[in-house]
Design a protein around this ligand. Structure first.
Ligand code: NAD
Length: 534
């Protein structure tokens, strides 16, 4: 008996059938972090790396201003090929038991860990994150892979005897072909918010990475295939608006996960839903950090500095406005200015170098110019620049896209810099009389991503937690970004849709529920086998 059971189990236990794919053009050249040689940037369709003969867009190393790759500007034809591949791959992948699907992600997790440094260097080179920041973002991504490894438990349904002899159960089934459209600011982490859970749920997937940071996404594709994911389950199409529009309107795409700026998020949500798709679209942000007069000064300075200047301010959870209540500004500002002035800006594309900078460049020359112009406009409108990073220069990267840490004091609500998402290393300081006016000002924003308060008062913290209009709230936590097991809960213009990215909501987004009611009537009719088997 035991022997039979073992034999049956052995038969059912899948063997590792993954083919070891290899993209020779990708490996190696991505590692040449300071070389001026171009990295190849093919699409990944049906398990093949394809270099479509199309117009391309330039990918920069923002530390030096050099062009490091040309990303194909794909359109409807490339998206159609990817959707065809994903549609063909769907039935077999859907029918693969969840435990087997999860095993691919256990192997993928191991490979990402094995190639951790290589991925971090790629992120630092194409995006400009410091190595510490790149590592942090990759850890957040790894947690999403780990979450997807738990998919057998996450997909379990409910069951209940609802009447005598009648059972009811729920099962969660995948949707089909799903797509992810991602921003430049987290080249690895944001794609990992989406595709591990989508694919582990049994869907097939098309990733359209930001055309500004396409290289790390290709490394993920390479590792996913090495993990044994069947051909066509994961595809990558590079490009800009034309490829996005093709995804939004393709009849076989069932769901779209988007992260990017609010105007584009709104467009994706409206267009995608009009074409019958599920859409979850994360948008931009303007996050407020309230500092009460009783807050711990050194901890608040450290947290504000990290929240505002970490990742050069290019985070949707950046704490870009300090609302100082009463005496808090006088207590805080001298140390905050000292801390900001001490931030060393420099090249992030030389991982071998001992002295790594505290902050890297911003993504492009035009983005740097926009950030500087917004600060200058603030100054013209009456704000005071108490720490000025506009003239930042890096001697060994004279053509890099640098802005130093900047603090703009006495910002008023009417100023452009108070309303626009700056997305650079700029902290606004707005002085408030009391907590009520701070909450009122923050709640007047169209965004609603994150908000934080620094205080030692439990009642102030409670008041803030209850009344603030934001989906993610920190109490003495400057960047309350959620981890993989919790949803990333933006509100208002920071999110369009119903089910958020990550956590159980992420699983719900990528599955549809079926409720089955069952009653067995006894063996009175013909043998079941005679009826349904020829
Ligand atoms: P973006 O909106 O310019 O681009 C995001 C994606 O949309 C890219 O893949 C891009 O190719 C595509 N795209 C751009 N313009 C388009 C258009 N007109 N039509 C169709 N597709 C278009 O955003 P970005 O500059 O890459 O990223 C920064 C923004 O992302 C910031 O606003 C930031 O707050 C936001 N963001 C939000 C979150 C969040 O979870 N809420 C997380 C990260 C970044």
């Amino acid at each position: 008996m035991v022997a039979i059971a073992i034999a049956v189990f052995a038969l059912r236990t899948p063997r590792f059938t993954g083919v070891r794919y290899y993209c020779p053009a990708l490996s190696g050249s991505i590692m040449t972090t300071t070389s001026s040689s171009l990295s190849p940037c093919p699409n990944l369709i049906n398990g093949e790396w394809i270099d479509p003969k199309l117009a391309t867009s330039e990918v920069f190393n923002p530390s030096t201003g050099e062009v490091i790759a040309h990303a194909p500007v794909s359109g409807a034809a490339e998206v159609a090929s990817a959707v065809d591949a994903a549609s063909r791959a769907f039935p077999a992948w859907r029918d693969t038991p969840a435990v087997e699907r999860a095993r691919v992600f256990f192997r993928f997790r191991h490979l990402v860990e094995q190639h951790f440094d290589r991925l971090c260097h790629c992120v630092s080179r194409e995006h400009g994150k410091t190595l510490v920041e790149a590592r942090g973002s990759l850890f957040r991504g790894l947690e999403n892979i780990e979450y997807a490894c738990g998919i057998p438990s996450l997909l379990m349904g409910d069951t209940l005897e609802i009447a005598r002899g009648v059972d009811c159960e729920t099962i969660h089934q995948p949707l089909g072909v799903c797509a992810g459209i991602t921003p430049f600011n987290f080249p690895v982490m944001v794609p990992l918010w989406m595709f591990p859970v989508a694919i582990a749920c049994g869907n097939t997937f098309i990733l359209k990475p930001s055309e500004k940071v396409p290289l790390a996404a290709n490394m993920l594709g390479e590792l996913l295939m090495e993990a044994g994911l069947p051909t066509g389950v994961f595809n990558i199409v590079h490009g800009g608006r034309a490829s996005v529009d093709a995804i939004l309107t393709h009849p076989k795409v069932r769901a779209i996960s988007f992260v990017g700026s609010s105007p584009v998020a709104k467009y994706i949500y409206e267009t995608g839903t009009r074409h019958g798709k599920r859409v979850q679209a994360n948008g931009g942000a303007k996050n407020y950090i309230v500092v009460m007069p009783d807050a711990n000064v050194s901890k608040s300075v450290e947290a504000l500095s990290t929240a505002a200047f970490g990742c050069a301010g290019e985070r949707c959870m950046a704490g870009s406005t300090a609302l100082t209540v009463g005496a808090a500004a006088e207590r805080l500002l001298p140390d905050l200015i000292t801390a900001a002035r001490a931030i060393r800006v420099g090249r992030t594309d030389r991982p071998e170098q001992k002295n790594q900078p505290d902050m890297g460049p911003v993504i492009t020359a035009s983005h740097r110019d926009r950030v500087i112009e917004l600060v200058s406009q603030g100054e013209r409108e009456g704000a005071k620049i108490v720490c000025d990073g506009r003239g930042a220069r890096v001697s060994d990267g004279p053509k890099g896209f640098y802005v130093g840490a900047t603090i703009v004091d006495e910002v008023a609500q009417s100023m452009t810099i108070a309303r626009e998402e700056v997305f650079g290393p700029v902290l606004n300081v707005m002085r408030m009389d009391d907590l009520d006016s701070a909450i009122e000002l923050a709640n007047a924003s169209n965004y609603g991503n994150g908000a934080a308060i620094f205080t030692n008062s439990g009642s102030a913290a409670r008041e803030f937690k209850q009344r603030i209009k934001a989906g993610m709230v920190g109490i003495n936590v400057g960047v309350p970004a959620t981890m993989a097991m919790f949803p990333f809960t933006g509100w208002d213009d920071s999110f369009y849709g119903d089910l958020h990215i990550q956590g159980r909501e992420g699983v719900q987004f990528f599955t549809q529920q079926k409720v089955i009611s069952t009653r067995w009537l006894g063996d009175t009719g013909p043998a079941a086998a005679d009826v349904w088997r020829k």
